[in-house]
Each structure stands twice: as C-alpha cells, then as structure tokens.
Design a protein around this ligand. Sequence first.
Ligand SMILES: [Ca+2]
Ligand SMILES: [Ca+2]
Ligand SMILES: [Ca+2]
Length: 488
Amino acid sequence: MNLKYFLCLMTIGVVALCAACGGGSTPAGGDLGGDNNPPVTVGDITAPPAVTDYPTPAEIFNTSSEAPLGTDPAYDVEYAAPEVVSHTVSKAGSELAEQEMFKINWITVARAGEAPDPDAVDLVFNEGDSVKLWVQYEVVGDLDHSRIWTIPESGLAFTEEEVNLGAGGVYTVALGFTLPYGSASTEASFTIEMGPAKSVSTNLPGGLTDSETVSLVINAVPVLPPINYPTRVDGHAQMAWEDLIANSDYDYNDLVASMHVTEWRNENNELVEIDLEVKALARGAGYDADWQFNMDAAFPGTTVTAIVDQYYDDGDGDHTNDVRHGPQRIWNSSNGASVPVFAPTRQALPLPPDHSWATNAVAGTTYMEGDYALVKIVLDTPLAQGTYTPIPYEPELRVQPSGGSPYVIGLWRQPGDPVDSNGRPLGFIVPDTWQWPLECKRIWSAYPETFAAWVSYINTDGAQEPNPVWFDTVPVDSLVFSRDKFLP
Ligand SMILES: [Ca+2]
Ligand SMILES: [Ca+2]
Ligand SMILES: [Ca+2]
C-alpha cells in the first residue's frame, strides 16, 4: 500500500494550467517569485503528464474537522471521543441542588475491559497500560458543557469544549487511553474539570463548575536504551516536498519540515512506543485550501493511541516555555497509525506580513518561526523487531489543490520508491543542514550537476550512489534559503 500518488483524472487540466511554483491559486502570467520568471512550463524539464502520473482517482477517506484531508483507511483511525456507557433518567431522587446544573458523582480509572470501581483507592498501573478513565455525573437536560480530562504525569490534557448529552439524568462516560512510557510517578493524578461550554462561558452564571481528582500510582516498566533517528539526540531529519504531480517547478519548498524520532523498546527488544518531534520550516506554495502532513506506519496486530500536541515556537530552543497551539488531539487506530500532525500546514506556518502566500521561501520577507508538534504513538501490544514499518515510517503530504481533488504525496526513501514521469522523487529526506531552494528556483540550479547525477542513480538498476551525494554538496548560495536572507 505504498504507491500513494493519487490524483483525480478530472484535475489534469487544472494541474497542467497551474504550471509554476506549486501554487494552485497562482495567477497565470504573474511573476511569482519576484524574480522576473513568469510561471511557464520549462520545456526541458516537463514532459506532458504520462498516464502513470495519475494511477488512481483520488478518494480521501476518514475525514474529520481535525483531519480534513483524511487518514489512512487501512487503520480505522478515529479521533478519540469519550463514550457514554450508561444513562439513567433522574426524576425523584435527583442529587442536584436547586439551580445546580450538573454534579460529578465519582471518577476512577480502570484497566481496559474491567469494570470501574468507584470506591477503589489503590489505583496502580504500569506504563503502557491501556486504561479507561471513568466519570459519572448528573446533568440537567439539554445543557452545553465542557469536560477537561487530565493526567499531567502522562501528558493527558484532553479538552472537550462543548458537550451536550441531550436528556437530563445520570451519565457514566469513559475515555480510553494508554499510559505512555516516561509517565511513571507515585504521585500521579487523574482530574476531570467540568464547566460551561467554552463558547458560551461569558453568558452563564458563575459557579457552574465541578471537578474531581483521584490519585494514581504509575509504575515504570524497564526499557532498553532508545533508538534515535537521526542518531544525534538533538538532530533532525529534514523533509522537502514538491506539491504538484505534473508540471512541477521542482523548487522542493512547497513544504519543508523536519523530525526527530525516538523508538522505545521493552526488555524483549520489542517496540512499545514512538515519540516524534516534528518542526514546520517553510511553505513555499500558494494553495488556498488545506494541506495536511501525516505520519503513517503499519503496526500489525496492535491497537494504537497517538497523542499530538502542537506548540508555537518562540525560537529560543527551549520547549518548556512554549505555548500550546490548539487543543491536544488523540487518535485511536488498529494495525497502524495515520497521524495528522499539521492539519492544516498553514496553521503551523502562518504567512509573513510582507508576502501573500509563501512562508520562509522568498528572500527579503519576514522569517516566520514555524510550529513544532510532539507526537507520542503508544502500542497496546509490543511488536517484535522487523514486524512493523521502520523509521522514518511513511511521512506524507496531503494536498487539496484549488478546484481539484485532494491527493497524497509520499516521501521517497530508497531506490524503488515512486518517482514522477521525469524520474524525480516529489519528496525526500535530507540532513537538517540542508538549504531548500528559494521560491521558483530549480533544484538542479541550486545544486548543479550533483542533483541530476543522483536522479540518474536512483533510476538506474545497480548504480552506485554518488559520493558525495547531492544534498551534502555546497549549493549556489543566491538560490537557497539561509536565515540571513530573511527579516528581521
Ligand atoms: Ca514547487
Ligand atoms: Ca514553491
Ligand atoms: Ca521556547
């Protein structure tokens, strides 16, 4: 299931007309890069699209407001949602005082599959345990309210801004969660805070809140030293994408992001958790519509909890003082993970004040510090080495062109992976010292000779990889990104 080059045949005409700069909203005939290069197809690089450029009409599954361009249908990915387990209508015997609109009766934590015990006091779990977080509360009918579920030691900060259960009564509600590794604590706690719906909080009387906390012990589970990718603990692997399948300008800056991966294994050398730090660097593309960056991986035979926290980055290299950007997102899936990380990418790379569509790709504009996301992917069943998709998994860019169907561009990782009709990968992985081409600058101009030699290598059976490989060679400085070409 690797060939993720989907493009609806209906978009061929649209794409062919949007020849330049990876920007679907780009006006034809304009000077896109401010460099007197009009958006024309350069004859020596772009053959007419081949039929094989469009193997399958796009059909994007599993869309939601958190993943508008979908997730991999193979893994039944679902946005985590607490489930109502029981509801009894309260008439006589209501515990609610006059004017009171809801009241928590009890909360607790139990292992998945076990009944909750509201009176339990010794709540002891292990890292990696699948649990259910339980709350029972009474509520009046048709009330918009909020619920916040937290286990600070486990990084759980799940906010429901607006819930309405309909009829009044006593509800028992459960949220599934898997306790990540690194969350061991003898003084952990699970708290539920309830209050008015966030959207209407200013219009409701005060005092409409309730909260409850229970103590937990989370025991550490021994793990082997982690596997880091790249091996330098603070190093990042950079990823660069071209966002058009045909008639590309090949500036490979339509999305630039980077990541560091940490794989955790138990004492049997089985994978139990993957932590990702993903950083958004540049977005040299003008599509008005959504883009989404996903991390995809197959983990056969296990269920998966993926927790995504996105932060504004103040650029000081210190994560402890950064502010969350949007609510925590939790995804549940089986046999694999398809985790939307920046959805949309525009949110992670906002426009600078001095350019209308490109971020960190046009020299002389204001540099924008992109967001980063911390992702924890926790497996319910440890997996033996060699049984799952290896690092760097399958990073993919989901693109919604203006006026066309969405499509998915995978990352080229090794010879044999898909290339376009010109033999070029549309996304690849490079060291974090790599300088991406500025807007509309062809990559073979920025890295003369060495890029072309590499493309020849990946398209020739049995060829030796050039040494040095192109991304380790010195680019033409005027054609590539460097921080000093940007303001302030
Ligand atoms: Ca491009
Ligand atoms: Ca571009
Ligand atoms: Ca910071």
